[in-house]
Design a protein around this ligand. Structure first.
Ligand code: HEC
Length: 147
């Protein structure tokens, strides 16, 4: 086991109960699962963003792992959101299921931006972060309730 996989395993173990706590009042398991997917996406973006800003030391292995997490998460969006599940805590707009092909397109846009990220240097992360962030907003704006 490499240092990276050990430390990310530890990070995952620490993060698990915290993430569960943040969603404990969500009744609908399907809604909770799609929120957890988004939480994972946010965590990977946080790793990349932290390194890009210099808040966290650059580590090429961790940057590549965060990119891989984003690329893997992208096709999960359509799977997790396809059923029009609701919950009082959900921020998903009903327009998702009225414009399903467009929603899937926006998930694909996110996947393509993530796949295009270069992770060899801080400058690579800085250069690619904005394009990915745009795809988060590109979907949240029409399909997620403003808080
Ligand atoms: C294809 C659409 C789509 C894309 C792309 C997308 N999101 Fe989301 N996201 C949503 C929707 C819809 C919700 C609301 C889900 C709900 O509350 O049921 C959401 C919710 C979230 C949440 C809140 C989760 C919670 O616990 O309630 C976070 C954090 C988040 N997204 C982060 C991101 C980030 C960061 C990106 C880009 C790297 C991103 N999302 C890309 C559609 C998307």
């Amino acid at each position: 086991m490499t240092f990276l996989s050990k430390s990310s395993l530890i990070a995952a173990l620490i993060a698990l109960p915290m993430m569960a706590a943040a969603h404990e009042d969500v009744q609908n398991k399907a809604v909770k699962a799609r929120m957890m997917l988004m939480t994972d996406i946010k965590a990977a973006m946080g790793t990349i963003g932290g390194m890009a800003k210099g808040a966290v030391a650059f580590n090429a292995d961790q940057a590549a792992a965060a990119k891989a997490a984003l690329v893997a998460a992208a096709p999960q969006i359509a799977i997790r959101f396809e059923a029009p599940e609701t919950d009082p805590k959900s921020e998903a707009r009903p327009e998702i299921w009225q414009n399903w092909p467009d929603f899937v397109q926006k998930a694909d846009d996110f996947g393509a931006a993530a796949a295009g990220l270069q992770t060899a240097s801080v400058d690579d992360l800085k250069a690619g972060l904005g394009a990915i962030g745009k795809t988060c907003g590109g979907c949240h704006k029409p399909y997620r309730v403003d808080k």
